[in-house]
Design a protein. Structure first.
Length: 696
């Protein structure tokens, strides 16, 4: 059945479009704010007096904490500051390449540990767990705070009501040195959960459903506030963390859940547990801090603005599978398992679904069963604490008895590192967050995403299926009846306001900024081209890749012939949501080293845009140009990388493109490169900008 939803467009009141209207509001009637705006207001610095933070604002932020992981080595080697502006703001966690026991990697890890000790920074070594899980367990992410990380899955902190959002490595350097970086407050979308989730259906099923059914960039580069009292009441904190984690794959910059009775109960239980570990009490998760949250609840104001209002009836959600190789392709398990898609590997790991409840759900399926002979199952806990809990409950032993291969607490295969990666022609099913082509191994493999219970059942049968499809050993609880449910989820969309994110152009050109380009358009016609396609994950933590090598491997997973096609002065043009996925900085710098000064696309991942601007790569939205290119070449032989023959000039300051050769003259408007971006480009990126400010 094809799911149906309503799409209602409302005319936006004219006053919402007007800054004059906002300025005219009297102090006694301040502009109403949503939750995202209120949290940003707390962490914004150097605001004009009486300025009320609103969607679209560029602000300097001083976040509560900033986490870096294995990429700490790159940040600390490039920073020019002799000391941290505030060492207690930073947190180091080693989690990505923890299986790598080479002397080089061990030395890198040692240098990070020594650097942390020297500067008084909180440090968590390899084996302690995945950074995002640690920040939740140790309270660096806490309700109503803004905590950032140089990793795209910092959205996960929204599961407990924190504003978690990704920054990039150069931002981390700026925060270390100055305590702050910049952020543009994104449009805020309200996502409402109606009714209750059926038993046997999980948070993973919810987010796969959202990614698969709202797959037209409805939430791209937005921040999400989840609401719905009845729906929330049935969602555990673990479910919320999973959903918030994968709002990244949905395209959002943050996904924040309400701080409600479920959250408070979890915090109190956590504080009680930690009180037995630390006699002096935990510095961040303690009853005093929890009581302050209770006494000062943070709620959206009546009349707060939202760009959209999406709804999902939880009562209609069933187990869903994402893939292959895309989170935007979602199929009900009840349909997919009819095809008996054979698998070679299965994975229970990552920051998304390897907490104690996830491991318990998988262990329950394995009771009296074993992993199929032709399947390899890999398991890694989200943290050492989670593993201890799973060991104490017997769930860990059950997984090993069934044939699972244990890996250390860390990212591992999820990021394409260590053992157990997918080989050419193999099929895998995973409880991780991403299944992009080449992400977990060979680009010629296929990867599906599902909940832990489905991963376990598939590992037992050798093909994708749910627990109810397994031959009975010990009767599966009736809660598994949801796996055979076939009703299509009921969703809805309502446009409520058009929130502009365009920065005003002054037409000013800074000394040293070359505001013009002239060259041929090189077209890579693919929407959602992710950072794994632009810069393969296997190189991400190889720190000595030369610029020449980076230029050669740019776009390797997307088009292995890319480096042989490009020419001097080419202007790269991509599709929509260019650069989605991981926050790896090299996706931007590799294109710079390949000779591109600018990339045009229908739209960009906001994280990729940060990386690009912070490193001096110009990225500009040109949706009409992309549309016209597609029309012009719709009947041509498909090509991954197309030399278009369209040659033209680009005025970066005025925001104008003129195509003069290869097609009848065409003109397009693009965003102008304003003063702030020009400054970063002239100074060679944010790192140099920070160094120059430190030297002043």
């Amino acid at each position: 059945m094809v799911p149906t939803y309503s799409r209602l467009s409302l005319r936006m009141p004219a006053q919402l479009c007007s800054r004059r209207f906002l300025a005219s509001l009297s102090p006694s009637h301040p502009q109403p704010q949503n939750i995202i705006e209120k949290i940003v207001q707390k962490y914004a610095v150097n605001l004009p007096p009486s300025h009320i933070v609103s969607q679209g604002d560029f602000v300097s932020i001083q976040p509560e904490h900033v986490m870096t992981h294995d990429n700490t080595a790159v940040v600390m080697n490039n920073i020019a500051a002799a000391k941290f502006q505030n060492p207690q703001q930073a947190v180091f966690t080693l989690d990505h390449d923890v299986q790598n026991k080479s002397e080089k990697n061990l030395q890198k890890y040692k240098s990070i540990a020594e650097f942390a000790k020297e500067h008084g920074v909180d440090f968590y070594p390899a084996g302690r767990g995945i950074g995002h899980q640690i920040l939740i367990e140790e309270g660096y992410a806490f309700p109503n705070v803004m905590t950032v990380a140089s990793d795209s899955h910092s959205n996960m902190y929204g599961g407990i009501g924190a504003l978690g959002t990704p920054i990039v490595r150069t931002d981390a350097a700026a925060i270390w040195a100055t305590g702050r970086t910049w952020w543009q407050v994104p449009p805020v979308v309200k996502v409402e959960f109606l009714n209750k989730l059926p038993e046997g259906v999980t948070g993973k099923d919810i987010i796969i459903t959202l990614c698969g059914l709202f797959n037209k960039d409805e939430v791209l580069n937005t921040a999400i506030e989840f609401i719905g009292e009845e729906g929330m009441a049935g969602l555990s904190v673990d479910d919320r963390l999973t959903i918030a984690n994968m709002t990244t794959e949905w395209g959002a910059l943050a996904g924040v859940f309400p701080v409600d009775a479920v959250t408070i109960k979890w915090l109190k239980e956590r504080a009680e547990r930690l009180s037995h570990v630390r006699a002096t009490g935990h510095p961040r998760i303690n009853m005093d801090r929890i009581q302050r949250i209770i006494d000062n609840p943070l709620r959206a104001d009546p009349g707060a603005r939202y760009a959209k209002h999406l709804t999902l009836d939880l009562a209609t959600v069933t187990p869903y599978i994402a893939g292959p190789n895309s989170v935007k392709v979602a199929t009900p398990l009840s349909e997919l398992e009819k095809n008996k898609v054979p698998i070679n590997k299965a994975y229970l790991l990552s920051c998304t679904n390897s907490r104690a409840a996830d491991l318990k759900a998988a262990a329950k399926v394995f009771k009296g069963r074993k992993v199929a002979d032709n399947v390899e199952l890999y398991v890694a806990a989200a943290s050492s604490e989670v593993q201890k809990d799973a060991e104490a409950s017997g769930d860990w032993a059950e997984l090993l008895r069934a044939g699972a291969k244990a890996l250390p607490a860390g990212c591992g295969p999820c990021i394409g590192l260590g053992v157990g990666l997918l080989k050419d022609g193999e099929v895998g099913i995973s409880a991780t967050n991403r299944n992009y082509k080449g992400r977990m191994g060979s680009p010629n493999a296929q990867a599906y995403l599902s909940s832990p219970a489905v991963v376990a059942a598939s590992a037992v049968s050798g093909y994708i299926c749910g627990p109810e499809s397994l031959p009975s050993v010990n009767p599966i609880s009736k809660v598994m009846s949801a796996f055979s449910h076939t009703q299509a989820p009921i969703i809805g969309v309502r446009e409520t306001a058009k929130i502009s994110r365009a920065a005003g152009a002054t037409g000013e050109t800074l000394p040293g900024f070359d505001g013009s380009l002239h060259g041929e358009l090189l077209f890579c016609d693919m929407d959602n081209l992710n950072t794994d396609g632009i810069y393969p994950g296997k190189y991400t933590y190889v720190d000595d890749v030369t610029p020449e090598k980076m230029a050669k491997i740019a776009m390797e997973n997307y088009d292995p012939t890319f480096s042989s096609i490009i020419r001097k002065n080419d202007v790269l043009v991509g599709g929509f949501n260019f650069g989605t996925g991981s926050s790896r900085e090299q996706a931007a710098t590799a294109l710079l080293y390949a000779g591109f000064r600018a990339v045009l696309a229908g739209s960009f991942s906001e994280t990729f845009k940060r990386n690009a601007i912070n490193n001096g790569l110009i990225v500009l939205e040109a949706p009409q140009l992309v549309t016209d290119l597609r029309k012009a070449f719709k009947d041509a032989e498909p090509q991954l990388t197309r030399r278009t023959g369209w040659v033209g000039s680009i005025d970066l300051v005025k925001g104008h493109v003129v195509i003069e050769e290869g097609t009848p003259r065409k003109e397009f408007d693009i965003p102008a490169v304003g003063r702030a971006a020009q400054e970063l480009i002239v100074e060679g990126g944010l790192e140099n900008w920070v160094k120059n400010r430190i030297a002043m």
